[in-house]
Ligand binder design. Structure first.
Ligand code: ZN
Length: 154
């Protein structure tokens, strides 16, 4: 027994989807929502998995890191370029911040130089259906008021 998320009544609850939000509601309120069957649940899980795939991006101060690493090793741009199998012009542009290494290049640099050039895109990592609702201005309270109005629940 728990509190219905829609009317607050104590009852045995069942999960339903109301306007795309999953709620645990009493038997009376369940008719306002779409019952969540196994198929729906599986679909939701699949979607979440796609959203939390880590997305890698090049750190903002990559040019500083590359420059610093080259200086620390006491290498000229020519020597440094040879070490990492890249053109001197490419390395110069990285150091000046004109172009970013692509993901493949960044991974090779990380591997060969023992540095960190890639970071996980945190916003994407935290994106779940739940946090999406919390982050927006649309709250669960708004939804309940809206839904109550629509169905004339006192
Ligand atoms: Zn209820």
């Amino acid at each position: 027994m728990a509190l219905c998320e829609l009317c607050g009544k104590t009852d045995s609850l069942q999960p339903v989807s109301i306007e795309g939000v999953q709620l645990s509601v009493c038997g009376h309120c369940s008719k306002y929502g779409q019952e969540l069957g196994n198929n729906l649940k599986n679909k939701a899980v699949k979607k979440t998995t796609i959203n939390i795939q880590p997305e890698w991006r090049i750190v903002d101060n990559f040019s500083e890191i590359i420059n610093h690493t080259r200086n620390t090793k006491g290498l000229t741009i020519a020597e440094f370029s040879a070490l990492i199998n890249e053109r001197e012009s490419t390395v110069s542009k990285w150091q000046a911040g004109i172009i970013k290494p692509n993901l493949k290049q960044a991974k090779q640099l990380e591997h060969k130089l023992g540095i960190t050039l890639l970071e996980k895109e945190m916003e994407v990592n935290n994106l779940t259906p739940g946090s999406k609702i919390k982050n927006s201005e649309f709250t669960l309270g708004d939804l309940i008021i809206k839904t109550k109005k629509r169905f004339n629940i006192q």
